[in-house]
Write a protein that binds this ligand. Structure first.
Ligand SMILES: [Zn+2]
Length: 415
């Protein structure tokens, strides 16, 4: 992290909260955080008093946030993750994934679960110590799931699953309380529940409710006591209602949401984190690589329905945070989903808001990320052109900064 004084100068800056551009801004950055914001014509620090990053000619946005990422390990091919991998190889993959994510302009992620328990926390520690270049992370530590549920490792029959891959498996309320506590004590700062079956986990059905309300309520109560939020994976309509009514912070996927689910989410101010892009990826790669027919059928049954449900939920006023399920598709392509949010009902500025100021609120991190404002981290992504007209410009960042450190610089030479 930069400990000296830094001036991020020039360019026009977007405040996603208002949609307003401010030209010729200067950010004064100290110890990674924004100390002051200078307007056009205001005096800048004298030559030599500060390091200068010149962003003239670029549109500058707050660093993007992915509220649904999985940085650990390689791609989760068809729900058979990682049995033959070691913590070392999975962490090494995580290091590469973290760098790809950061360079794509995503300076913050909420990592919602790794099969090998708490390896995400280890990655976060390495990033915080500066040993690894990656986004700011919230970590779930594991996925809490019932035995054989959507968060379980499903391997070939007869292959024993090592206990470190089953840290999140719970059977009853006491188990739930113990597991939530253990994960938070182990460094988790969000709890991930698998409330329904999953698309990529064999032998689970997206309509099945795997964690019923009494267990979800125990998780929410315990997490609240420990000061963290709960993110609930839920595809089926009833699972979405169970999650929202039990007080989770966010519903992940929300694929088969119905009107009652939308009403419950509005009433409980539940965030929806809908991964609208990755269904296309799963379909393409799954067919190419001969994934199980049941997996491709579940994917087909949730993809378009999810996009339609997203549009209905949006119009009804459900709060939306950007999350992509990265790890299902290759890390670094996180911005591709912005165009899907626009295609299914958002204005470009709303999609940008979902991936900045709103995602920050969903994470409880409005004091540190999501806007370029005094006191927050100097995390930014700068692009050519106007991403409030064309969000796909954010798929090609020119400059990415995190805490004032430049982690990507692909500026064109100026003439
Ligand atoms: Zn996921």
């Amino acid at each position: 992290m930069a400990t000296d004084l830094l001036l991020v100068n020039g360019g026009r800056f977007l405040d996603p909260a208002t949609g307003a551009w401010q030209p010729d801004v200067g950010l004064i950055v100290r110890d990674g955080r924004i100390e002051a914001i200078l307007g056009p014509g205001e005096p800048r620090p004298a030559d030599g008093a500060a390091r200068v990053i010149d962003l003239a000619g670029l549109s500058v946005l707050p660093g993007l946030i992915d509220a649904h990422a999985h940085l650990i390990g390689r791609l989760e091919f068809a729900g058979i993750p990682a049995i033959d991998e070691t913590a070392e190889t999975e962490l090494a993959a995580g290091v590469a994934n973290a760098l790809a994510t950061l360079r794509a302009g995503f300076t913050t992620v909420r990592d919602v679960g790794t099969y090998r328990g708490l390896l995400d926390v280890e990655l976060r520690r390495r990033i915080e110590r500066g040993e690894v270049s990656g986004p700011r992370m919230q970590c779930a530590g594991a996925m809490i799931t019932r035995p054989g549920g959507g968060g379980e490792v499903t391997g070939e029959p007869g292959v024993a699953i090592p206990p470190e891959l089953r840290l999140g498996v719970v059977r009853d309320a006491a188990d739930m309380r113990r597991t939530v506590t253990r994960l938070v004590e182990g460094g988790a700062d969000v709890i991930k529940l698998i409330v329904t079956g999953a698309v990529l986990t064999r032998g689970t059905a997206v309509d099945d409710v795997e964690l019923e309300a009494p267990l979800v309520e125990v998780a929410v109560r315990t997490a609240t006591e420990l000061g963290v939020f709960v993110a609930a994976h839920a595809h089926g309509a009833r699972g979405i209602r169970v999650a929202a009514k039990s007080g989770v912070r966010s519903v992940e996927h929300g694929s088969l949401i119905d009107d009652a689910g939308i009403t419950a989410m509005v009433a409980h101010e539940t965030w929806l984190v809908a991964d609208l892009y990755d269904g296309d990826w799963i379909d393409e790669i799954g067919r190419r690589d001969g994934w199980p027919a049941a997996t491709l059928e579940k994917n087909a049954a949730t993809t378009q329905a999810q996009r339609d449900g997203f549009g209905r939920a949006l119009r009804a006023g459900v709060r939306m945070a950007y999350g992509t399920d990265s790890g299902v598709y290759p890390h670094g392509l996180n911005a591709r989903q912005l165009a899907y949010l626009v295609r299914y009902g958002m204005r470009p500025i709303e999609a940008i808001r979902a991936a900045t100021v709103d995602a920050a609120e969903c994470l409880g991190w409005s004091d540190r990320v999501g806007r370029l404002a005094v006191g927050r981290f100097a995390d930014f992504v700068a692009v050519y052109g106007d991403p409030t007209v064309d969000v796909t410009l954010l798929e090609r960042p020119a400059v990415v900064g995190k805490g004032g450190d430049i982690v990507r610089d692909d500026r064109r030479p100026r003439d």
